[in-house]
Design a binder for this molecule. Structure first.
Ligand SMILES: Nc1ncnc2c1ncn2[C@@H]1O[C@H](COP(=O)(O)OP(=O)(O)OP(=O)(O)O)[C@@H](O)[C@H]1O
Ligand SMILES: [Mg+2]
Length: 248
């Protein structure tokens, strides 16, 4: 089967900074959740931008369903570290914004937005302004906004890093359910090993611009909260931690 998203020997340097991404190859299958972990400054955000066509590699290629990615395309969705909602629009209109940038908003779009917000537990906040929401609620709105166009691939850069642990754990389950319902593939950057193991089908460890062979996370789905206290979960976290610390 053709790979869905492929990075082939991707190499990137910022002129004033030098090489940040070194000969990275990575393949994702349709519907796969692939987490990229690594220490601060190792090049995760840069690699995500290369995969999404927001930066162009100096060598190598990025392919989405065998087409060269030279700029972001409509099949892609993004969620960044801060939710960046527009405060002069209601929650529902924030979610519909990506549709409105390209086309007239239809009743179907409105129903889809309501459905996404309902599955995030936000039905009663459709008409609220973002400033009236908690951080966790804002993150949920940002996820709904990223999924409104039914992207086939979602790029996420530490989207839950600013949240408390309990809110983050709850969001993980809602997020996984939504991605499964829409068949979305996800490239997810985090520095949190537990988050990566909970979400991912595979985890790639990035160090100094290079990535290692991905680790398969063969934990059952759906992933329920108790999984975090299981021995297989702890063993996978420990294995990644050892790799991160330079062990085998
Ligand atoms: N626009 C830029 N111009 C020059 N150098 C940059 C630029 N963006 C990032 N860098 C440098 O490239 C390196 C990798 O940055 P990047 O943001 O990809 O790291 P990261 O792994 O996402 O880190 P963090 O976990 O802190 O977000 C860093 O040394 C950073 O200083
Ligand atoms: Mg980053």
């Amino acid at each position: 089967m053709a790979q869905f998203l492929q990075l082939k020997d991707v190499h990137f340097a910022y002129p004033e900074r030098g090489v940040v991404v070194r000969d990275v190859s990575l393949q994702m299958e349709p519907g796969e959740i692939h987490c990229l972990i690594g220490r601060s400054g190792c090049g995760k955000t840069t690699l995500l931008k290369l995969a999404a066509g927001l930066l162009q590699p100096q060598q190598g290629q990025v392919l989405l369903q065998d087409s060269h990615v030279r700029a972001p395309v409509p099949e892609m969705g993004f969620v960044f570290q801060l939710p960046t909602l527009l405060n002069w629009l209601s929650v529902a209109d924030n979610v519909l914004l990506p549709v409105r940038l390209h086309a007239l908003v239809t009743d179907d779009d409105r129903r889809h937005a309501q459905q996404l917000l309902a599955s995030m537990g936000l039905s009663n906040l459709l008409h609220a302004r973002p400033a009236e929401l908690s951080g966790g609620q804002q993150s949920r709105v940002a996820i709904a906004r990223a999924l409104i166009t039914r992207p086939s691939v979602l790029f996420m850069d530490e989207p839950f890093a600013a949240l408390d642990a309990i809110t983050r754990d709850e969001l993980h389950q809602d997020f996984l359910a939504l991605c499964k319902a829409q068949g979305t593939s996800v490239l997810f950057v985090t520095h949190d090993i537990g988050e990566a193991v909970f979400l991912a089908d595979r985890v790639s460890l990035m160090q100094a611009g290079a990535i290692q062979e991905p680790l398969a996370i063969d934990l059952p789905r759906p992933r329920l909260a108790d999984l975090r206290y299981s021995a297989p979960f702890a063993a996978l976290c420990a294995q990644l931690r050892r790799s991160m610390d330079g062990g085998v």
